[in-house]
Design a protein around this ligand. Structure first.
Ligand code: DX5
Ligand code: ZN
Length: 214
């Protein structure tokens, strides 16, 4: 079993309410990708879109910040009503602990993200301070990229360390996730699957979600 979090970056923005309703009906979380054009070479959407989705969402919001200086926007994310927020270790640097604590103090679950070129061991100092970890299985910045297979081993390494410490920290995975690799990802230790194109470009999004949840 896994939770499926459709990435709204791949939704149809001309018919957003329909896609929000589809997620409400079939999926578990709304994954919302915020890109600033500086931390990643792309710009997505910001608070007007998140607030609009929040007004119709009946499943929790999971906001993934791909921005520099993420601490500046944590409180604003909380005001959308988001249940979960994550930001990149590469972006927060020395201010990682402080930013995690800020997210928690705003009442959200705090998640730390790393891109595929960051050793998972860099997360270890923060394991007692996070509510979840997000492992990127593509380089953050664009939907529709190909899954990087080495991500599986990275999830196993992380899960092993989490268990060794007797912790219970969900591992979320994001990028190129589809029904064809969902079983391997769950086996490796992921329990939240982010999926953009494999849901919204599927002929039957509900079936794609069910296949990944099962
Ligand atoms: C990539 C985003 C992802 C992306 C996933 O930077 O963080 O959430 O939208 O899209 P797919 O599932 O198409 O790779
Ligand atoms: Zn994402």
């Amino acid at each position: 079993m896994a939770l499926v979090a459709p990435s709204m970056l791949s939704a149809d923005f001309l018919h957003l309410e329909q896609d929000v309703e589809m997620v409400n009906t079939y999926a578990d979380l709304f994954h919302l990708d915020v890109m600033d054009g500086t931390f990643v070479p792309n710009i997505s959407f910001g608070f007007p879109v998140i607030d609009a989705i929040a007004s119709k969402a009946r499943k929790p919001l999971d906001v993934h910040l791909m921005i520099v200086e993420p601490w500046k926007y944590i409180e604003r994310v909380a005001r959308t009503g988001a249940a979960m927020v994550s930001f990149h270790l590469e972006a927060a640097g020395e201010r990682t602990s402080e930013t995690l604590a800020l997210a928690r103090s705003c009442g959200m679950k705090a998640g730390l993200v790393i891109n595929p070129d960051i050793p998972v061991e860099k997360l270890f100092p923060y394991l007692e301070e996070v509510d979840f970890i997000l492992i990127m299985s593509v380089f953050a910045g664009f939907g529709g990229q190909k899954f990087i297979p080495e991500s599986l081993g990275r999830i196993v390494t992380l899960r092993t360390e989490i268990r060794r410490r007797g912790l219970d920290i969900p591992i979320e995975v994001d990028g190129g996730v589809s029904p064809s690799n969902a079983a391997d990802l769950k086996q490796a230790g992921a329990s939240i699957l982010v999926a953009g194109s494999s849901v919204f470009k599927a002929p039957d999004p509900a079936a794609a979600i069910a296949a990944m949840q099962a």
